[in-house]
Ligand binder design. Structure first.
Ligand code: ADP
Ligand code: ZN
Length: 736
């Protein structure tokens, strides 16, 4: 080869540099040289050397003018993976979310690449076929394998072993004997696609208007936000399924986001009843293999509908055409660790970037969404009555100051009487108490000692099923002692206050014949066990359900007509600016479980403050009164959506360093009349896991770029060193 041509090539090659983002906690991209013969475009997935390892990375940009002095020190890209590139739309989303939440871009990218280890094309599976004579030594296990394979067809190796009830080593033995031969299995066919015309329901007149709105929005296919605002049981799911169907017909993918806990089998079955097959799922409990397969199907555009928890928002859809956020008001959409993002808000961002429609569905919209609908920024599509003409539940308050439960009990006589008649009518009753465990506090009757966590500022919660006292903040637990550790009195410990386990005890004592079931997240080991327990209830094998907010979401229990809220005031006094909103949403949702099928639903609110505006709005079924007063209060105090908030949480192993650093931060806050920095204040939960916590609350005007303000502030501030930690939470949902 002519030497001059060679130099010529390397001169052009010197321009071939790409900037690569890697999915680790780093914000900046790194430059790599593209080896000869490799063609790379922005979005391509590649392997790159990083320190001693080769890691997965994504080409973020081509770098047309790399610094020539650096060039020789750059490392080469390792390999290009045979995976569709991340689209510009998703890369823009990563940049946007990182910028908004002040997270390193690599951390956001990591959420897009959670496909597990099996990156490339699916591992080739081994199949086995019966080809030779039986071996001389024919054990019963071997005989069973030969029986299973007697059709001489190709079977998956592990499936064959499972069918024969043997380990795969038995199969390996038969391969060695020449009885069986191995062959690669052809790749599994993609699952059958959902059919938009499979079983379209007949809609009521009111639903038809909403369905028309859904279809029009999906058919337009441009950015547009609709609030599907319908009372519980009005058919919101059936109605937004029509937007999904229309999106399918247009050959695009739909994403349905749900709070994780609402991803029930019941929902998947309903989807299958409407579209013929279950959708692709995405949540934290997928096996690595399913995760990899689903990710690949989504990226290849072979998954027409994905139903997932908030993390599904960051998947690499090949042709996303619609997003639905079900239960849009749900607090579970906020991720509280790592990248602190709100999936509903970021879903609107993604729809905006991708220029596609989005539907927010709720019976109790968040104040933010309600205000957007009132101002006309979101289209409101309404369903004001229940499907099938069922009435909304009738709601009554039980004033606990007058109707007092017996000593040491929590169910008032009136509520107990109503439950008794419900059971006699062979209907179900739900007792709702948003408190896990048996009792929130244990104390010694002799000396007054209270059991507290040793490393958190919190009482230990008595969990009788597990026989332990547990800290709900750090997970610390200890066996419930028989002797007071403070005064050595015996049998002197008493449980104070109720949790769901204690209510079950009370219900069992009041109604010995009734079948009771406790539904609480700590008693549920997996989504599967939860799905089967919900099925038991739906099939009527339980008379009294005792549950935490786990039961509030998205289930249909046809025989449930009575809901008793044991402590309606529980969420009102916790210092959270959204306390009223959350209480209203949660109680509406829970009581909305009643009377969905036949008979009249009724809800009882046990409360010490029946005159509270939230209780009054609930009893009067006066939604407008609630929104009007809450929106007015937010506007007056400039809380979201009329102002913006961010929290800075400083923590350290000792109180004075945490407080000192927090004070220094306040002193360094840039002055701006549109911003108010409040604090530092000791956090309501002042110590978690042995770390002392101080909070700053930053308030700004609505249109203000709070993220940019925070970035400039923190860039000029000292970095938290050693034991100090600073967490930034833009648009905080939690204030403890
Ligand atoms: P929401 O989500 O508003 O609470 P759902 O979509 O769960 O309401 O609907 C409540 C019940 O009514 C479900 O069992 C659903 O299948 C049924 N339903 C709603 N609309 C129809 C319809 N047009 N035809 C048949 N069943 C319907
Ligand atoms: Zn603790």
């Amino acid at each position: 080869m002519d030497p001059s041509t060679r130099t010529g090539i390397s001169a052009t090659a010197s321009a071939r540099v790409v900037d690569v983002l890697v999915p680790v906690a780093l914000d900046q991209t790194y430059s790599y040289r593209v080896p000869r013969g490799m063609e790379l475009e922005a979005g391509d997935l590649i392997g790159v050397p990083l320190g001693p390892r080769e890691v997965l990375g994504v080409v973020w940009a081509k770098n047309p003018n790399p610094d020539p002095r650096l060039h020789n020190r750059l490392k080469d890209v390792g390999e290009k993976l045979d995976i569709p590139p991340l689209k510009a739309e998703l890369r823009a989303m990563v940049d946007w979310v990182a910028n908004y939440t002040l997270s390193p871009r690599g951390m956001v990218l990591r959420m897009c690449l959670r496909m597990g280890e099996d990156l490339g094309p699916e591992r080739v599976r081994v199949g086995v076929r019966l080809v030779g004579d039986p071996p001389r030594r024919l054990t019963p296990a071997r005989r069973r394998v030969i029986d299973v394979l007697s059709d001489h067809l190709l079977h998956g190796k592990s499936e064959a072993a499972k069918a024969a009830g043997v380990s795969t080593s038995v199969i390996d033995g038969l391969v060695d004997e020449g009885t069986l031969a191995t062959e690669p299995m052809p790749p599994a066919p993609p699952p059958p696609a959902p059919d938009p015309a499979y079983a379209q329901p007949e809609f009521t007149r009111q639903q038809r208007a909403a369905v028309d709105g859904m279809r029009a929005l999906a058919a337009n296919g441009t950015f547009h936000v609709a609030l599907l605002d319908g009372v519980t049981g009005s058919g919101k799911t059936e109605v937004y399924f029509e937007a999904v169907a229309e999106t399918m017909r247009r050959g695009k993918q739909s994403l349905i986001l749900m709070p994780e806990i609402a991803l029930t089998g019941q929902f998947l079955d309903r989807f299958a009843q409407r579209f013929g097959v279950r959708p692709i799922e995405w949540h934290s409990e997928l096996t690595p293999r399913t995760r990899a397969r689903n990710w690949a199907a989504i990226a290849a555009g072979e998954a027409p509908v994905v139903v997932g928890a908030r993390s599904a928002l960051f998947l690499p859809y090949a042709k996303l055409g619609l997003i639905v956020v079900d239960e849009e008001h749900d607090q579970a959409y906020k991720q509280e660790d790592g990248v602190r993002y709100h999936a509903r808000d970021m879903a609107v961002v993604r729809a905006h970037i991708a220029r596609i429609p989005i539907v927010l569905a709720s019976a109790t919209p968040s104040i933010e969404t309600e205000v957007n609908a009132r101002k006309g920024r979101y289209q409101r599509i309404e369903l004001s009555s229940r499907f099938g003409g069922q009435h909304m539940p009738h709601i009554e308050a039980i004033d606990l100051r007058r109707e007092v439960p017996p000593r040491g009990r929590f169910i008032s006589p009136r509520l107990a009487g109503e439950i008794r008649s419900a059971i006699e009518r062979r209907e179900q009753a739900l007792l709702f108490l948003n408190r896990r465990g048996y009792a929130p506090l244990t104390l010694c009757r002799a000396c007054g000692h209270r059991f507290a966590c040793t490393i958190c500022d919190a009482w230990l919660v008595d969990h009788r099923f597990r026989q332990r006292l547990v800290c709900h903040h750090c997970g610390f637990s200890m066996p419930r002692p028989h002797v007071c550790p403070n005064c050595a009195a015996e049998e002197s410990l008493v449980a104070v206050g109720p949790g769901v386990e204690r209510l079950q005890e009370e219900a069992a004592a009041l109604f010995p014949e009734a079948r009771t079931m406790v539904l609480s997240s700590d008693l549920i080991t997996s989504i599967d066990t939860m799905r089967s327990e919900l099925n038991e209830i739906a099939e009527g094998r339980v008379d009294i359900i005792i549950g935490t907010q786990l039961v509030a979401k998205g289930h249909n229990f046809p025989r449930l007509n009575l809901v008793g809220v044991v402590d309606a005031d529980l969420g009102l006094s916790n210092g959270d600016p959204r306390a009223a909103e959350r209480t209203w949403q949660l109680l509406n949702q829970v009581i909305g479980r009643a009377g969905r099928d036949q008979g009249r639903g009724v809800g009882y609110l046990q409360t010490h403050q029946p005159e509270h505006p939230v209780m009054k709005a609930l009893v009067a079924c006066d939604r407008e009164a609630f929104y009007a007063s809450e929106i007015e209060a937010r506007e007056r105090t400039l809380y979201p959506p009329f102002g913006r908030l961010a929290s800075l949480i400083v923590s350290a192993g000792d109180r004075s360093s945490a407080e000192g650093f927090a004070r220094r931060l306040v002193g360094l806050a840039p002055r701006d009349e549109r911003v108010q920095v409040l604090g530092p204040a000791e956090a309501p939960l002042a110590v978690i896991k042995g770390r002392y916590r101080f909070r700053l609350l930053v308030k700004s005007a609505r249109g203000f770029d709070l993220s940019e303000y925070l970035r400039q502030w923190l860039a000029a501030a000292p970095r938290p060193k050693g034991n100090l930690k600073l967490e930034v939470d833009v648009d905080p949902q939690s204030f403890f």
